[in-house]
Design a protein around this ligand. Structure first.
Ligand SMILES: CC(C)(COP(=O)(O)OP(=O)(O)OC[C@H]1O[C@@H](n2cnc3c(N)ncnc32)[C@H](O)[C@@H]1OP(=O)(O)O)[C@@H](O)C(=O)NCCC(=O)NCCS
Length: 177
């Protein structure tokens, strides 16, 4: 488990998939800026079984263990990308900003990456704020790159480089004694 101040990140286990599937099939959870995938539990189980070290799913949990969202990383081409969502009732409380900082610390501490990226809808200001607070910089606009609710929409690409991150913000290095 990756421990933060107000939230922890916990790897999704197979027995958690029913909850993951419920969230995945709830339009309110995805919000207006993400396409709505409609994954069956069977499909999600197949995807879960084919996860690799380059693609992992985590719950965002409050300190009392309540699961309030998910954050994942995956390869987009050969670049590592993150994505995240929170249950609607827990948004706007700073939890996602902390979860992204923990994930960035974890990835730079545990993997030899030079960059981590994220894409978000051009109008998804909450998501863009989350990224900026975690030190990401906007690289540009990817025009008409996602088809959501009947429209082609523009996204923006954000990234953080290892030299911009510099040091862990929340996680600490565990020194061997
Ligand atoms: C995007 C999302 C994960 C953000 O989670 P969250 O817990 O609300 O994020 P936080 O509370 O950590 O931070 C949100 C920040 O955005 C700001 N914000 C929210 N709405 C905003 C808006 N319309 N314009 C500008 N800033 C906004 C908040 O004020 C907050 O900043 P602050 O802490 O400086 O006040 C959440 O809204 C969500 O799950 N949305 C649906 C799924 C989604 O869009 N995921 C992202 C895909 S790229």
């Amino acid at each position: 488990m990756l421990e933060g101040r107000n939230v922890n990140l916990r790897v999704v286990e197979k027995e958690d998939l029913p909850l993951w599937a419920d969230w995945n099939n709830n339009p309110e959870f995805f919000g207006e800026f993400i396409w709505f995938p409609q994954h069956s539990r069977t499909e999600l189980t197949k995807r879960y079984d084919s996860l690799t070290p380059d693609n992992k799913w985590f719950f965002i949990e409050k300190k009392d263990g309540t699961k309030i969202g998910g954050i994942i990383y995956f390869l987009a081409g050969n670049l590592l990308e993150i994505g995240y969502l929170l249950v609607p009732s827990e948004r706007g409380k700073g939890y996602c900003s902390e979860a992204v900082k923990i994930m960035v610390d974890y990835l730079f501490l545990s993997r030899e990456l030079v960059r981590i990226q994220a894409t978000t809808d051009l109008d998804n200001f909450a998501s863009q704020t989350v990224l900026e607070k975690a030190g990401f910089k906007k690289e540009g606009t990817i025009r008409k790159s996602v088809f959501i609710r009947g429209k082609w929409r523009d996204c923006c690409l954000f990234s953080i480089l290892r030299e911009e991150w510099k040091e862990p913000k929340i996680l600490t290095r565990t020194e061997k004694k």
